[in-house]
Structure formats: C-alpha cells, structure tokens
Design a protein around this ligand. Structure first.
Ligand code: CTP
Length: 447
C-alpha cells in the first residue's frame, strides 16, 4: 500500500483545495490529510483563519478523498507523522516548492502545481471589508501600531492626526500614509475607524466625537479615567451600533488567554493570592510624570495587573494603596485588593524598577509567569512535588498589538459589540479602581 500525506489550513474550502487533494490521492492508495490546529495557526502568524478546525475538517471529510484526517499542532510534527504513519509520499502545492526538500531523507516529496487564481486569502478578503483606519496620536504606541497592523488583513492605515502638524507629517512620511492632519475632525471624517493613542485626558472627548460621527473606536487603555464617562461612551456606541474596544493588548494575546483558562480550570486549586508587578522606568520629562496630564504609575500601568485580578477574582470587597510620590505623581504604587477568600498585591512603577513577574497562588500549587508577564509567553504550573511541574510556552509575536487589532476587526466584521476576551464590564471594573485611586489621591492632596 502506498501512503500519501498532505497538509494545509484548508480555510473556506475551495476548488484549489479539492484539486490538490484529488491529485494527491491519485499518487497512491491511502491519503492522510493534516489540518493545522487553531493554536498552531496563530503561532505561525495566521491570525485571520475564518473557520474553526471542526468546520475545516468537516469540509475535507465531505470530499470523500481523505482516508484519514489528522491535526497538525506544532512545527516539526510532519517528520513524526511521516514515520508514525509509514508515509511514502509527502505532497504539497507548488507555492511551497523547495521548502520541504529536507523531508526527502524520510520519504518522496512531491510539489504539485497550484490551481491558479484562487486562495483562502482571496476568499477571506472578499468576506472582510477593507477598513480604513485613522490614527489619533503620533507617539510611541502609535508608532508600534502601524507595523503590527500589517499582520491583519483588511486593516489599512489611511491617515494620522497630531495636534503638532510637524509630528503628524513626520509620522505620515515614515509610514507612507495617505494624509496627516492637525484637525481631529478631518481624521474622523476621512476614516472608517479611529485608533486613539493620545494622552489619557483626551480619550473621552475624542472617542465621543468619533462615535457620534458613526466611527468604530479602538482606544488605548484606560479609555477614560472615570467610569461614568466610560458607561456613557458605551451607551453612545450601542445607540449607533458601533464597536468601542479598549486596547489592553495583553487581554487579546493567546498566551494570556491560555493562562486564564488554566487558572480558572483550577489546575492550582482555589486561587488565594495574586501577585503581579509591572514597572517601566520612564524619562522624567515625559507626560507620564506630569500630574496635569493624568500621569502616574496607576493611570499608566495598572490596567494590566487589574486585568488579571478582574479575570480571575472579580470585584474586590476592599482596596487600599501604598504609594511613593514625586511632584504629586505616584512613581510607585502597591494596590492591595481583598476578596472573600483571597488577596491580591499589584505593584506598578514608572520611577521604581522591579521584577515584572506574576504569581498566582492556589491551594494545590502556583502558576509562575515569567517577566514580562504582560507579554504572556512562558509560564509554569508548580507543585509541592516538583516532578509534577509543567511548563507552557505560547508564542507572543512582535509587539502583540496584532492580536488586539485582529479582535477589533472581527468584532466589526461580525457585528458584535464586545469581546469575550475583555468585556465591557471588565473595562468598567478596571477603570473603577483607577478612578478610586485618583479620588483618594486628590483628597490626600487637599488634606
Ligand atoms: N493549494 C493549491 N491551489 C490553490 C490554493 C491552495 O494547490 N489555489 C494547496 C496549497 O499549496 C496546499 C493546500 O492547498 O498544498 C492547502 O493550502 P492552504 O494554505 O490551506 O490554502 P491557501 O488557499 O493557499 O490558503 P492561504 O491563502 O491562507 O495561504
């Protein structure tokens, strides 16, 4: 018996897929089709696959051509599969010519001519409308946004706004955008959606103005510094049937979601304590150190560790803070949260440096997330008996903004108002803590 194997994502099954499976089958007696798993697709940068693995497998099954369907979960699996299934011929489309020659020491490698003028990417692009983004702000985060957007199909950055036209023009030239402006309303009028990456205090007005003009908004965290304002913005978004999503990039990353799933699944038993630290030494002349511009460690960084406690422990019953100040700005703050049967200690700092790790402690063990935990990639479930420890590694690509952009685009395309990865109530609860801290701060300053 001659065994053939071939692999692919097989998203939105099309004629090209059918042709290659048919011709692969003709090469032998038994055809194995490897379908890439969802996690593996994300790891290799395919963020836009439309169909679930179950749907993709079902489409292949329906052709009646595959004798066996397997899933491909990791890079390098092909060699094991070839050995395990005693494969004689590895078949793949001509777009991969030469790329799998190294498999020749294990079996015959055959590149078959690709069917012209059809691909999953083409079909997905037809499904997804091209969305014209306008960027408000030309600072560091906006600079990272543009290269990351290239990984998400359908996302086109059209123009940039900055109140300083020189900065806008520099940004526009650097990233070869269509236009730049120092008039925010012009940006809003010319684009379908707005990404807001301006200083905190400008978020509310800019978001409101874009929503009122019927534009979807992706806004950097925290969207507002006041929970009532945030609720008001969500109400406007609802009335206008628009997406308003908060850009806490960690929330949308595959590693972080895997971590949350594991912790919620009680792999370490009942969660009793969370210790999360995020510090980032900033230049003291930056706006992050300016009280008037809502600077400070909590405003700037607390959204990240608060995301963890919000996801795992929910609403706290008591909160207290310890801070070190310089010019009325907290350069380091410890947030102590109390729950019914648990505690959390969150540390954020712009003027103090510490280890950026995360420890989730439970009754059966703890999860140690290596720094920088907010770019969640590597973590270990540790137990009393070290032999039972288990390490996890989930790829976090680039700056991670691609996961956030991809989710935002999905919400727009599927006409959904909020993401399960960071719900509106998650965002509101997070901002409530930030607001509470600011209120206490101002009270203390007046005493
Ligand atoms: N294939 C083909 N002819 C096409 C498209 C795909 O022969 N027009 C082959 C590929 O070479 C591969 C298999 O079908 O051997 C599965 O490819 P896959 O990557 O899933 O399909 P694409 O349409 O190329 O997907 P994408 O656009 O996402 O790369």
């Amino acid at each position: 018996m001659k065994t053939i194997i071939t692999y692919g994502t097989f998203d939105l099954f099309h004629q090209g897929h059918y042709n290659i499976l048919k011709r692969a089958k003709e090469q032998g007696d038994y055809l194995i089709v490897g379908v890439t798993g969802e996690q593996y697709d994300i790891e290799r940068g395919k963020l836009n696959v439309s169909q679930t693995i179950a749907e993709r497998i079902e489409n292949i099954r329906r052709t009646g051509l595959a004798d066996k369907i397997i899933t491909e979960e990791y890079e390098g699996q092909k060699i094991s599969d070839i050995k395990k299934y005693h494969v004689d011929v590895f078949v793949i489309g001509s777009d991969w010519r030469g790329k799998f020659d190294f498999l020749k020491e294990h079996c015959e490698v055959l590149y078959l001519e690709r069917t012209k003028d059809i691909s999953s990417t083409m079909l997905r692009n037809k499904e997804i409308s091209n969305i014209q983004f306008g960027i408000a702000g030309s600072g560091r985060i906006a600079e990272r946004f543009v290269p990351e957007s290239k990984y998400v199909s359908g996302c086109n950055i059209r123009g940039v706004y900055s109140r300083n036209i020189k900065n806008a023009s520099k940004f526009c030239n650097k990233f070869e955008l269509e236009f730049c402006t120092d008039d925010y309303e012009e940006l809003v009028d010319k684009c379908d959606v707005i990404y807001i990456a301006t200083p905190h205090k400008l978020h509310y007005q800019m978001t409101k103005s874009a929503l009122k003009k019927g534009k979807h908004v992706l806004c950097e965290k925290p969207i507002t510094l006041n929970s009532n304002q945030l609720i008001e913005l969500y109400e406007i978004a609802d009335k206008k049937k628009l997406v308003l999503m908060e850009g806490i990039k960690t929330a949308y990353s595959p590693g972080f979601n895997r971590l949350i799933d594991l912790a919620k699944f009680e792999v370490i038993g009942k969660i009793c304590h969370i210790d999360a630290t995020f510090t980032k030494l900033e230049n003291k002349s930056n706006r992050e150190f300016d009280f008037e511009q809502a600077g400070g460690s909590v405003n700037e960084l607390a959204s990240y560790p608060l995301l963890v406690v919000e996801k795992l422990l929910g609403k706290p019953k008591a909160i207290s803070y310890n801070s070190i100040y310089e010019n009325n700005v907290d350069i380091f703050t410890k947030i102590n949260l109390e729950y019914e049967d648990a505690f959390a200690t969150l540390k954020v700092g712009l003027g103090v440096k510490s280890e950026g790790d995360l420890v989730i402690s439970g009754t059966k063990g703890y999860i140690y997330v290596f720094a920088p935990w907010w770019k969640t990639q590597e973590f270990e479930v540790r137990r009393e008996n070290r032999n039972l420890n288990k390490k996890y590694f989930i790829q976090f690509d680039g700056d991670g903004l691609r996961y956030e952009i991809s989710e935002f685009m999905k919400l727009i395309n599927c006409k959904k108002k909020e993401s399960w990865m960071l719900s509106r109530s998650n965002s509101i609860n997070i901002v409530k803590v930030i607001e509470d801290f600011s209120r206490l701060n101002i009270q203390n300053m007046h005493n």
